[in-house]
Ligand binder design. Structure first.
Ligand SMILES: C[S@@+](CC[C@H](N)C(=O)[O-])C[C@H]1O[C@@H](n2cnc3c(N)ncnc32)[C@H](O)[C@@H]1O
Length: 480
């Protein structure tokens, strides 16, 4: 049995019109299927392009290791350092070789669009909600090397499900990552869906789930190679799906259990995500969460972390009964079982179990998560900045031997990433125009005056992303 997907706009069923395409007859929206994995998000081509770019970056990282060190050490690295660099370079190359066959569908799907860059949006997606495969590789070591820490968390999740799930028809694991948890629960349910925004991660996870022989080198243990666990194939498949936890392509009231593990703390507006989880759950359906403490939308990041006692008053109005609510500890990305050097970080975690109330009495405010779609009413919305959220643009100059270096960084809510000067100019112009008075149409017109070629749809996608993924911008209806 599989879960039937619906359109994220109309919530109507999707027809598979080709082996690689789903279509909603009501909204006209089309969603690609890449090597069996449906991509049911607002702008699939943008997401595909960002993954293609980050796959290319994973290749170029191999070449920059040596040149980075040589740029810092004009006399040349010592032989000890040389050995270390050579080990890292060959480990990275071996990783690329091991992974590349899984990325062929991504390269094919990207096709002719690969070279297009639409200012700003690539930066946002490369640094946005979907984690790159390079960042996610460590999670494969966590999930697939018989780690005692993974065994403890998956044991906790499965025992919680045994105790609390009202039925075992369907389960959705949101932010499924390396899919170890999806594998741990698959035999308990008729249908299991691993949902993540990261297509590259899911493509690799599918190979591991199928029992392929995968050997990867992990930085945390000195780039040593590790063979991932090969489990006997599960009786039922784990269906993989690229979708946003804030906009799930599931029918209302259709899912028995939703699991979020190390995801809710990443969500800009956890209440909005909870409302979407509430929508897709059946009456009496259960949401199991295991994440670092969440932070509420619109509160200053360093102070906003929720206490465990905050959970019931925040999530009961959403329409949940809190069944279990406890603070515990987890050692994240702990590879001490593979190498003594691979000790992980000891973290505070909230483990909560909530049941959707049978009579849906949600008194929570309307979700703040919104996707802007290309209709005239959305263009009239006024964009304003959100208190306690920041965008910073920094020119960083490093004085060094033999060359000084300049780079430009964009920081969102205090997290900085290096970017191109054109992206920085774009965000400078965009954020300056968001003043609480201009409508989206005014902002778009001012931004594209002159030479800029920014499709209207891409502009809306950027605005949706900085609203949903970063929480720095909000919208309100124009004053009557
Ligand atoms: C910290 S990792 C955790 C992975 C896995 N749950 C675990 O605990 O090992 C977060 C994962 O959530 C995914 N993610 C982040 N935001 C998401 C969203 N809005 N919708 C779906 N997946 C998301 C990322 O791509 C990444 O794979």
């Amino acid at each position: 049995m599989s879960i039937d997907y619906v359109c994220i706009d109309s919530h109507q069923p999707l027809n598979q019109v080709r082996s690689d395409l789903l279509r909603c007859e009501k909204s006209g929206r089309e969603y690609p299927i890449v090597s069996g994995i449906p991509i049911i998000v607002d702008d699939p081509s943008l997401l595909l392009r960002s993954f293609h770019n980050s796959w290319k970056q994973m290749h170029s990282a191999v070449d920059t290791v040596r040149s980075d060190v040589e740029a810092l050490l004009p006399e040349g690295p010592s032989s000890r350092l040389q050995r270390r660099i050579s080990r890292e370079i060959s480990a990275r190359r071996e990783n690329l070789n091991a992974i590349s066959k899984y990325m062929i569908p991504l390269e094919r799907a990207q096709g002719d669009d690969a070279h297009i860059s639409s200012r700003g949006s690539d930066f946002l997606f490369a640094n946005g909600a979907a984690w790159s495969l390079e960042r996610m590789l460590r999670y494969f070591a966590q999930d697939w090397t018989s780690s005692p820490d993974f065994a403890s968390v998956s044991g906790l999740i499965t025992s919680t499900i045994r105790s609390h799930a009202a039925d075992r028809e369907s389960i959705a694991i949101l932010g499924a990552g390396a899919c170890g948890t999806a594998r741990a629960v698959v035999d308990m349910f008729d249908a299991t869906c691993g949902v993540d925004l990261g297509l590259a991660t899911l493509l690799l996870a599918r190979g591991v789930l199928a029992g392929d022989d995968v050997v990867l080198n992990f930085e945390a243990i000195g780039w040593k190679p590790v063979r991932l666990q090969k489990l006997a194939p599960s009786e039922r498949p784990v269906d993989l799906l690229v979708a946003d936890a804030n906009q799930l392509p599931f029918k209302t009231g259709s899912i028995s259990v939703v699991v979020t593990q190390y995801l809710m703390d990443l969500m800009m507006d956890p209440v909005a995500t909870a409302l979407e989880i509430h929508r897709v759950l059946k009456s009496d359906g259960v949401w199991v969460n295991f994440s670092n403490p969440m932070r509420l939308h619109g509160e200053p990041l360093p102070y906003g972390e929720l206490d465990i006692a905050d959970i019931p008053p925040i999530f009961e109005p959403v329409g949940f009964d809190v069944v279990r609510c406890e603070e515990t500890r987890f050692t994240l990305l702990n590879f001490a079982h593979l190498d003594p050097a691979g000790v992980g970080s000891f973290q505070k975690v909230h483990h909560t179990v909530m049941r959707k109330r049978t009579a849906d009495r949600s008194t929570s405010p309307a979700p703040r998560t919104r996707r802007l779609s290309d209709d005239p009413s959305c263009w009239a919305l006024v964009a304003h900045r959100v208190a306690a959220r920041t965008v910073e643009i920094a020119r960083v100059k490093t004085f060094s031997i033999p060359h000084d270096h300049n780079r430009i960084q964009i920081g969102v809510n205090g997290e900085f990433a290096t970017t191109s000067s054109s992206d920085a100019e774009f965000f400078d112009a965009l954020m300056s125009l968001i003043d609480g008075r201009r409508s989206l149409d005014d902002i778009y017109t001012a931004l594209t005056r002159g030479t800029s070629q920014l499709p209207r749809r891409t502009f809306l996608e950027i605005m949706s992303s900085i609203h949903n993924n970063y929480g720095v911008v909000d919208f309100r209806k124009p004053a009557a």
